[in-house]
Design a binder for this molecule. Structure first.
Ligand code: FER
Length: 340
């Protein structure tokens, strides 16, 4: 009996101890797996998350292709490679008699690929640089390609390109170009030779739109300078003009090559009121031109000062090179692209 009482007391004590262990706590649900650390709140997540790299939708700016006047800084490269299905013209070397120089003179001509006497074409006279001749542009196989591609894309119309020999020395002289004032004089004779001899020859030899409407002139460097000089002497004869990196000397100047007396005084670089002026005049230059430097900028400033409207732009990064010339030609040839 004593044993039974002892056993019962032990049982009661055991049960009481068990109940008192967690007097107020809810019964643990043993099926629930306790989590070691609680889930972070959204706020905490935000604080601990590495910030996402900022994604902006602004694309890297691509440099503008043209300036505010629509002048292309560079000729797009696709215009300088041959394309399938486009036919290109080729240069021919021809002669004419120059009464002004009293001798046979050469020029090269690039006719449209499908030149036909049934059509009439405008003529571009394109003047080479110092020490060059009528073959200077003709040696560049990219020029017919540029023109053919521009015509194919409707950027310009078909035209005849004439590249004269610009050094118009007189009869019986062995004068040759050099960096001195006298040796440069035959270059300044060229505008008159062009108007009196070469233009009439071209007009009677090819099927051209005669007069200002179909006559345009451009040139590079020394050819750019003579383009501007031709413009000053015969402004009413040309509808479009393009001087690419024009060399100093149309007005008095001095550079590392020579001192230029100037074919005209600065104050003579203006037109009489009422003159029929070209519709557009382009002057350009490479920003890194190591030959003519800032002289083209000087012409631009002089034209501005003297009230001659023109389009001036610089070719980024270009030296005295083909980049400047292709850019100039690409803009020049587009000037008459809209006409038919
Ligand atoms: C001159 C600087 C440049 C100059 C002519 C040029 C006659 C022409 C360079 C060219 O045609 O490439 O002072 O004087």
């Amino acid at each position: 009996m004593k044993k039974a009482i002892l056993l019962m007391t032990a049982c009661i004590l055991f049960c009481l101890a068990g109940c008192m262990a967690k007097p107020d706590g809810p019964k643990e649900d043993v099926t629930e797996t306790p989590t070691a650390t609680p889930e972070p709140t959204k706020e905490e997540q935000k604080m601990t998350e590495k910030p996402e790299p900022t994604v902006t939708n602004t694309p890297t700016p691509t440099p503008a292709l043209t300036d505010e006047n629509g002048m292309y800084y560079k000729c797009p490269s696709e215009y300088l490679s041959k394309r399938e299905g486009v036919t290109y013209g080729s240069f021919k070397r021809e002669t004419y008699y120059s009464d002004y120089c009293k001798r046979e003179r050469y020029y090269t001509v690039l006719l449209p690929a499908d030149y036909s006497e049934d059509k009439k074409y405008p003529v571009v006279y394109l003047l080479h640089g110092i020490f060059g001749d009528e073959t200077s542009f003709a040696k560049d196989a990219k020029i017919p390609v540029l023109i053919g591609n521009m015509v194919a894309d409707g950027l310009t119309r078909e035209f005849i390109l004439v590249c004269p020999a610009m050094y118009a020395a007189g009869e019986g002289t062995a004068q040759a170009p050099a960096f001195d004032a006298e040796a440069c004089l035959p270059y300044d004779r060229f505008p008159t030779e062009l108007v009196q001899c070469l233009m009439p020859h071209i007009n009677k030899t090819y099927s051209v739109i005669e007069g200002r409407e179909g006559t345009y002139i451009g040139g590079f460097s020394m050819g750019g300078r003579e383009t501007l000089y031709t413009l000053m002497l015969y402004p009413e004869l040309f509808k479009y003009v393009c001087a690419m990196a024009p060399a100093p000397g149309m007005t008095p100047a001095k550079d590392g090559f020579m001192e230029h007396p100037g074919s005209l005084k600065e104050e003579e670089v203006r037109f009489a009121e009422g003159t029929d002026l070209p519709e557009k005049i382009i002057i350009n230059c490479g920003t890194r031109d190591s030959v003519v430097g800032k002289f083209p900028l000087g012409y631009h400033e002089l034209f501005t000062k003297n009230g001659i409207e023109h389009l001036w732009y610089e070719v980024p990064g270009a030296d005295h090179d083909m980049t400047t010339q292709y850019s100039g030609m690409f803009n020049f040839f587009q000037l008459f692209g809209k006409e038919s």
